[in-house]
Design a protein around this ligand. Structure first.
Ligand code: HSE
Length: 440
């Protein structure tokens, strides 16, 4: 049978790993696909860069758009990354030239996935993106194919390997944030601009894609409430541990009475939950659906090999002639996304306040909470031991960390209470507010 011919754009961590994978597993992969699969042409930013991969016999093309239209390729593999710009222009060129597309580009899909899927489907082409979400975990296929007979109620998980790696190492080894981030970059986990990771946008892009497939709605990344992990301090990690929780950056999409609630933020999860045990670069995604019940998939969420593995699975589908609608149903039939506002979110909250140590401060805080109908499960003041570096702590009335856990309330109520407490002048700096997720 004729070989499936690939044009590969991007030879970074993932692109280079894909070249190695196809080199190493070429014959076996061909046997699984029922035909040989060959990279026939590549393009990347820097031709001279030493990558430690064998590109002999592979044609070099100077720019991605030219490669996308190359008459000798069947599939355009886009591993450049980034929304809009070069990557998206090349993907559009490939689809208009009748090429299937395999991509790991979550930012592009979150912004333009609907349009790209409509173009692909109008041309009878595949736009495949298993590698865009959760590295090696087959969550796209699971939602799109395995769970085709289910109605999904909730999907949640750890969707960013870099953040989970940072939180895990900060907690376990008491390392500082910047050291952990630098290590994640060195290991090839972080985005080209790591702000996407630590500010929560990368997880949001992935959640937007999963929401579309899970709920049959058009992608709406703008509708996601996003907070990253940059405000998390060792004090929060320590408090979480003492209170019976672990801190994780979660992406959550759930069906509510008013629409789909989509949020990405750090969350306190019970130590006994499956998600709490997910460490390092590992991702985990839980899907709750009516017939299948709860599925939890976990595995490496970032890095060259893990991501290349998912790219290869999409290539195999195309080689085998397997065709599935891009987001699990015809793109034109996806319903408009109906957003449930974060203000209506209900749950418990953890608060860390830096409270001036003076009479009446606690009472005033408790009163403000009560005025907003918020019940406190616990309130703990930890007086720091004075030490040589912090003589101000010896002074009376200096701010002390106070940790509060609330019973279930609404986002609207807790925000109003916290703003009022801040205005009352009992706290020295902006409060830390972290949602508690009662996961199993
Ligand atoms: N920067 C991403 C992460 C890579 O850390 O999860 C995988 O999408």
């Amino acid at each position: 049978m004729e070989a499936l011919r690939l044009g590969l754009a991007g030879l970074g961590t993932v692109g280079a790993a894909l070249v190695r994978l196809l080199d190493q597993h070429g014959d076996d992969f061909a046997a699984r696909c029922g035909r040989p699969v060959r990279i026939v042409a590549v393009t990347a930013r820097d031709r001279a860069k030493v990558r430690g991969i064998d590109l002999s016999g592979v044609r070099w093309v100077d720019d991605p758009e030219t490669l996308a239209r190359d008459p000798e390729i069947d599939v355009f593999v886009e591993l450049i990354g980034g929304a809009g710009g070069l990557a998206e222009r090349a993907v559009r060129a490939a689809l208009h030239a009748g090429k299937h597309v395999v991509t790991a580009n979550k930012a592009m899909l979150a912004a333009s996935g609907q349009d790209l899927a409509e173009i692909a489907e109008a041309h009878g082409l595949t736009l495949a993106f298993e590698a865009a979400v959760a590295g090696a975990i087959p969550i796209v296929k699971t939602l799109r194919e395995t769970l085709a007979g289910n109605s999904v109620n909730r999907i949640y998980g750890i969707l960013n390997g870099t953040c989970n790696y940072i939180l895990t190492r900060m907690e376990a080894e008491e390392l500082d944030f910047d050291t952990c981030l630098r290590e994640a970059q060195r290991l090839g986990y972080a985005e080209a601009d790591p702000a996407f990771d630590i500010e929560g946008y990368d997880a949001a892009h992935k959640l937007a894609i999963l929401t579309s497939i899970a709920f049959g709605t058009q992608i709406d990344a703008e509708a996601i409430y996003v907070e990253g992990i940059t405000s998390i301090t060792p004090a929060d990690l320590e408090a979480a541990d003492e209170l019976g929780y672990r801190l994780k950056l979660l992406g959550i999409a759930s069906r509510t009475e008013t629409g789909i609630e989509q949020r990405v933020h750090p969350a306190m999860v019970p130590k006994s939950s499956t998600i709490a045990s997910i460490d390092g670069v590992t991702n985990a995604v839980a899907v709750e659906s009516d017939y299948a019940g709860q599925l939890v998939l976990s595995g490496p969420g970032a890095g060259g090999n893990a991501t290349a593995s998912s790219v290869a699975s999409d290539i195999a589908d195309i080689a085998r002639g397997i065709k599935v609608p891009t987001f699990g149903r015809a793109a034109r039939s996806l319903a408009p996304h109906q957003r449930a506002a974060i203000q209506t979110h209900a749950g418990g909250y953890y608060l860390r306040l830096s409270v001036y140590d003076r009479p009446g401060a606690f009472a005033s805080i408790a009163t403000r909470m009560a005025e907003h109908g918020i019940s406190l499960e616990s309130i703990v003041q930890r007086r720091r031991e004075p030490h040589a570096d912090a003589p101000e702590l010896l002074r009376p009335h200096s701010p002390q960390p106070v940790f509060l856990i609330t019973y279930e309330t609404t986002e609207e109520a807790i925000r109003a209470a916290v703003n009022q407490i801040f205005r009352d002048g009992h706290i020295a700096s902006a409060p830390q507010l972290i949602r508690i997720e009662p996961l199993g």
